[in-house]
Design a protein around this ligand. Structure first.
Ligand code: H2U
Ligand code: ZN
Length: 337
């Protein structure tokens, strides 16, 4: 896309309907802000003080069994509870509604020292299968309208523990981010917004990071975070449960590749929040919902210099300096094996 200017411009996020300001000329500015400590300690395979390692007692007092694959448990400190409780408030101005939910923790591996990118392909495939099974099981509850699968990785993102794990929050109502994205997809006049978007990106090529037969990783045209990426299935699928065995192998493969590229970018276990957006489980058809995963990493220019969503970003609109095209180039140039 040669038309993209080097001058400040704004780009439309077709998935949310929101704009991001891009300031490519600003990448040379001096930096004297916060520099964070890098802690890249070598972790043991088993940590007796880790509440997620097999056989250990969790903070809530429950003993985790000696698991040898992926292991799922109900969050001991769940943010949501499954029992319906209390009434709401709506006086025409102030509105509050009760919200039911279920929160689970998914230990990706019994090995304390691994990350998604360091796990074997069969082990990663088991994680994908576990996510799909959890989506099916939680989504089948008649009151669960949405299942959010995510991973918070790294202390910088607020992860409480380095043991490889993610979370699942199933809620009664549709949360803000998927609600925005589903509305945009539903309003799209073609068959599928993300199918058309992926075709355009594959045609252009400048923002593609990696791909296999079933999935593509790219830096979205409208990325807000410096090294934000989107993982998309090549064909239209609404959820993880729609994926067959070879699709799931493809997803496991691309997740391994993307996270290994991230880890090589600054030579550290790259912090991020990642998660899947899928068809809601509210009983509706949602034919235009296209399964995808977002990776939102906070780092900007080194292992210690992060982007902050402050100032103009917080008060007005997100802004980025390095272009999505140059971020994609840097990720693409790294080894993914
Ligand atoms: P994060 O690292 O993404 O915060 O996830 C860890 C979750 O694990 C967190 O939600 C739960 C916390 O409530 N947890 C337990 O359920 N049991 C424990 O013993 C400690 C942590
Ligand atoms: Zn552990």
């Amino acid at each position: 896309m040669d038309l993209l200017p080097d001058a400040p411009h704004r780009r439309l996020n077709r998935l949310t309907g929101e704009w991001v300001l891009v300031s490519p000329h600003r990448t040379a500015r001096p930096w004297q802000g916060q520099v964070e400590e890098t802690t890249q300690e070598k972790r043991p395979e088993y940590d007796p003080s880790c509440y997620l390692c097999p056989g250990n007692t969790r903070a809530g007092g429950v003993k985790t069994p000696v698991y040898d694959s992926t292991y799922v448990f109900d969050n001991d400190f769940a943010a949501l509870l499954p029992e319906a409780a209390g009434g709401g408030v709506d006086d025409g101005l102030l509105v509050a509604r009760p919200e039911r939910g279920l929160c689970r923790v998914v230990c990706f591996s019994p090995r304390h020292d691994l990350t998604l990118g360091g796990m074997s392909q069969p082990a990663l495939r088991t994680v994908v299968d576990t996510w799909a099974d959890q989506y099916a099981e939680l989504g089948a509850l008649d009151w669960v309208g949405h299942v959010q699968i995510f991973e918070n990785r790294g202390a910088m993102m607020g992860a409480s523990n380095p043991h490889p794990h993610g979370q699942i929050w199933a809620t009664e109502s549709l949360p803000n981010e998927p609600a925005k994205e589903l509305a945009q997809q539903a309003e799209y006049t073609g068959d599928c917004l993300l199918c058309d978007y992926l075709a355009a990106e594959l045609g252009d090529g400048s923002r593609i990071v990696d791909s296999n037969e079933h999935f593509v990783s790219l830096v979205p045209f409208w990325a807000v975070w410096p090294f934000e990426t989107l993982v998309l299935p090549r064909v239209h699928h609404g959820s993880l449960t729609d994926l067959d065995g070879t699709d799931r192998d493809g997803l496991a493969d691309i997740l391994g590749r993307v996270t290994r590229r991230y880890d090589r970018l600054f030579g550290i276990t790259f912090p991020y929040s990642m998660g899947f957006h899928q068809r809601p489980t509210d009983g509706g058809d949602h034919p235009k919902a296209h399964l995808h995963a977002h990776f939102y990493p906070p780092l900007l220019r080194s292992a210690t210099v992060r982007k902050f969503m402050v100032g103009f970003e917080l008060l007005a609109q997100p802004q980025r300096d390095i272009t999505p095209e140059s971020a994609a180039q840097r990720l693409r140039d790294l080894d993914s094996d």
